[in-house]
Design a protein. Structure first.
Length: 171
C-alpha cells in the first residue's frame, strides 16, 4: 500500500509546465523570420523620448540577441520546472498537503513568460519602426500591461490556492 501511495505522488515533467514560454519563443521565431527581410541592414533598437532611434545594430545581431534571450528564458523555465519536480519527487511526503504541487510547478515554469512577453513587445516595436517607421505602443505601456496582467493571474492563482488550503483546514 505504501508503494502505491508513493508512486501516485510522483510528478513527471510535462511540456505544459513550460507551454507559454515555448509558445512565445515559437511566435518570436516566426515573426523574426517574417520581418528579417524587411529590416534595413542597420536597425535602430533603442529610442529617444521623441521616438527617434538612439542606438543602432546589425539586423542579424539584433535578431540573434532577441531570439537568444527568448531561448534563455525557455531553458530557464525548463530548468526550474525540471529541478522543482526532481526536488519534490525526492523530498516530499506521500501526503504533500492540500495544495496541488503539479499546479504550483505549472505556474512556476510558466511565470518566466512575463519577461519574455516584454521582450516580445520590444521586438515588435523594433521591427515595426524599422520596417514601417511607426511605433507599436510605447514600451512602458506594454510592460505595464504585461505586469498588470501577470499580477492579476498570479493573484487569482494565490487566492485559489489560499482558499483551497483554508477549506481543507476548516474540515
Amino acid at each position: 500500500m505504501d508503494t502505491e501511495t508513493q508512486e501516485t505522488s510522483i510528478i513527471k515533467f510535462r511540456w505544459k509546465h513550460i507551454m507559454l514560454p515555448a509558445a512565445i519563443l515559437v511566435i518570436s521565431i516566426i515573426l523574426a523570420a517574417v520581418f528579417y527581410g524587411r529590416l534595413p541592414e542597420t536597425v535602430g533598437w533603442t529610442f529617444q523620448s521623441d521616438g527617434s532611434p538612439d542606438r543602432w545594430a546589425n539586423r542579424g545581431t539584433l535578431v540573434f540577441c532577441i531570439i537568444g534571450l527568448q531561448v534563455f528564458f525557455l531553458l530557464a523555465a525548463w530548468g526550474i520546472s525540471r529541478g522543482i519536480t526532481t526536488i519534490y519527487n525526492r523530498y516530499a511526503d506521500s501526503d504533500s498537503g492540500p495544495a496541488n504541487p503539479a499546479v504550483t510547478i505549472n505556474v512556476m515554469g510558466n511565470m518566466l513568460v512575463v519577461p519574455q512577453v516584454i521582450i516580445f513587445f520590444a521586438m515588435i516595436d523594433i521591427f515595426s519602426y524599422n520596417s514601417y517607421q511607426t511605433h507599436f505602443l510605447p514600451l512602458w505601456l506594454n510592460a505595464l500591461i504585461v505586469l498588470l496582467a501577470g499580477g492579476i493571474i498570479l493573484g487569482i492563482f494565490f487566492l485559489r490556492a489560499g482558499l483551497q488550503v483554508w477549506r481543507v483546514n476548516k474540515e
